[in-house]
Design a protein around this ligand. Structure first.
Ligand code: SF4
Length: 352
């Protein structure tokens, strides 16, 4: 079995936060070593023309040896499939380590994304860590001092929408538009609902509905539309669940996710592997690297053998929505996110 590229993201150290929207799900922070990363890379190398290795799948650069880990990931990755840093960084580290932002800058990072839920109390609560908001304030200053623009992401649900005006107040009081302009990078921010999976699925009772969209402050809505390049804020948030329900209830299609899925694997601290077409939780597990080995994991991915893939390949959408959807709900979802939510829920009900 051979893939053109396999991308491995090993959760070596976990994350300082426990965000309520976290699609990766909560689990204890592991403490994996360099030799664990080498073991994972070498296990999968024979099955890929090119291999890309990443040392995190929750908080990037969480360990003090983040520079060494970055170099190790580059060494373990194929020459023509080197890891990307993306525009994600450790806010926890930005607030504590003065050498970190200059290092990010040296990698060519222009933006770093920071997540707010409203004011201080609400942001700390939804991030699951006291002091998270204060760290974000410190991170904003450190980033700008180093010529990197903070890009503000806000999450909308029934508890946070009333506080989104505080996000705008912060943008204005810190003069973020002007300060970004001064470093030559346009300010960016956006609001969205996230995906209803992992820990985020527990937010379903307070999920954003169409009536909430008018409450989003106009400045945030305008930046959001620009960020997603959509004609309106409604298009960013998707459709009401009841519309999607009425569409899917007549849809008898199934899908083999494994046939087209890229081999991008999340591997947790216990070496369980899950594909990034889903989330690293039980229904998506493909197996354990120690006990099942790489070939079985890749074969299960390709042949739809994780419980969630098996359900999606066999159970029509009409059955999923009939079992787990709400025909009255005005909650807003993108179609694909909604199908993934139905799938997770269905699997759990079936005890998959
Ligand atoms: S959303 Fe990101 S920062 Fe928050 S708990 Fe999950 S991995 Fe950590």
């Amino acid at each position: 079995m051979q893939y053109d590229n396999i991308l491995l993201a090993l959760d070596m150290l976990g994350c300082p936060n426990r965000c309520r929207h976290c699609f990766m799900g909560w689990r204890p922070n592991p403490k994996l070593t360099e030799s664990d990363l080498r073991f994972v890379a070498e296990a999968f190398r024979p099955y890929a023309k090119t291999l890309t290795v990443s040392d995190w799948n929750r908080e990037p650069d969480f360990g003090d040896d983040y520079r060494e880990k970055w170099e190790l990931c580059k060494e373990l990755s194929s020459k023509d499939a080197q890891p990307e840093h993306y525009e994600l960084a450790s806010v926890w580290r930005l607030a504590r380590d003065r050498e970190y932002a200059p290092w990010l800058k040296s990698l060519g990072i222009r933006y770093v994304q920071l997540t707010l839920f409203g004011g201080e109390e609400l942001t700390d609560r939804f991030t699951g860590r006291k002091g998270a908001y204060r760290d974000i304030l410190k991170a904003i200053d450190v980033l700008l001092e180093n010529g990197i623009a903070p890009r503000i992401q806000a999450f909308a649900n029934k508890e946070t929408v009333p506080e989104l005006s505080k996000v705008v107040e912060l943008i204005d009081s810190l003069k973020l538009e002007e300060r970004c302009e001064a470093i030559g990078i346009p300010f960016a921010c956006f609001v969205h609902q996230g995906s209803c999976d992992g820990e985020g699925e527990k937010l379903y009772p307070i999920w954003v509905t169409s009536g909430d969209l008018d409450k989003i402050p106009s400045k945030l809505a305008e930046y959001t539309v620009k960020h997603f390049n959509k004609p309106s804020i409604r298009e960013v948030f998707g459709r009401e669940e009841r519309e999607l329900y009425n569409e899917l209830i007549n849809d008898r299609s199934t899908e083999s996710l494994g046939r087209t899925a890229p081999a991008v694997l999340y591997i947790d601290g216990d070496f369980n592997a899950a594909p990034n077409i889903g989330v690293p939780t039980e229904p998506w597990y493909l197996g354990n690297l120690n006990t099942d080995g790489p070939e079985a994991i890749l074969s299960r991915l390709m042949n739809d053998e994780s419980p969630a893939q098996r359900v999606r390949a066999a159970v029509p959408l009409s059955e999923l929505v009939k079992a787990c959807g709400d025909p009255e709900s005005r909650r807003l979802f993108g179609r694909d996110d909604y199908i993934e939510y139905l799938l997770s829920r269905y699997c759990r009900r079936q005890g998959a």
